[in-house]
Design a protein around this ligand. Structure first.
Ligand code: HQG
Length: 178
């Protein structure tokens, strides 16, 4: 592999979640890229990955960000997209509480207007405080907001669970944030 695995994962996140056009790639409506085409187009921009490199990323990436189709001819990001894709994630009944970690500076806005999906396709929630803490720490000192997901579910809000265990929903109104 021509760079540490973390750099590769970052680059694949860019291409498979946000900007496939960076390498002239097109994703289908479900977010899949053809593996051979991905490898060829990465190579054209100087990033040489073998099929075995991609196998390693799919298998070992700490957050299981990527997955193959059953026939392994296609690859996609499990969640986190900013471009419009239909992931066909299973609607799943959430636990009573989920957690959202965010930097302190966003808390006032979140208390005023709820959790919004911002640039992504969904609001991302974690099943435990520790994970939420990690998510929130990406941008500074985090605050953990408990979300009353059980009540949201009873009130008709829909939740999805991604293949890598991230809970997704469209919007969390302030009433459900503890
Ligand atoms: C905040 C990573 C102001 C929100 C993580 C967050 C996650 C508001 C930021 C995944 C707001 C959006 C997603 C409001 C929400 N006013 N700010 N009303 N509502 N926000 O990155 O949840 O490493 O799009 O709190 O692990 O931080 O990429 O969302 O701080 O799973 O695989 O707006 O990204 O995964 O930021 O993170 P993001 P997120 P990966």
């Amino acid at each position: 592999m021509n760079e540490p695995i973390k750099g590769t994962s970052k680059f694949l996140s860019l291409v498979l979640r946000h900007k496939p056009e960076t390498i002239g790639l097109q994703l289908d409506e479900n977010g899949w890229a053809n593996v051979d085409e991905l490898i060829t187009k990465c190579a054209a921009t100087g990033r040489i990955y073998t099929p075995e490199d991609l196998d390693e990323i799919v298998a070992t990436n700490d957050k299981k960000r990527f997955a193959y189709s059953e026939d392994k001819r296609r690859i996609r990001a499990n969640q986190g997209h900013s471009i419009m894709v239909e992931l066909n994630l299973p609607v799943t009944e959430p636990p009573e509480w989920l957690y959202h970690g965010t930097p302190e500076k966003f808390v006032a806005a979140i208390r005023a207007e709820g959790l919004r999906k911002m640039e992504r396709q969904h609001v991302h929630l974690s099943g435990d405080r520790e994970t939420a803490h990690k998510v929130g720490s990406r941008r500074g000192r985090p605050v953990i907001l408990p979300v009353h997901s059980g009540q949201m579910h009873r009130d008709g809000y829909v939740f999805y669970l991604s293949d890598n265990g991230v809970w997704l929903t469209d919007h969390v109104p302030t009433d459900y944030i503890d």
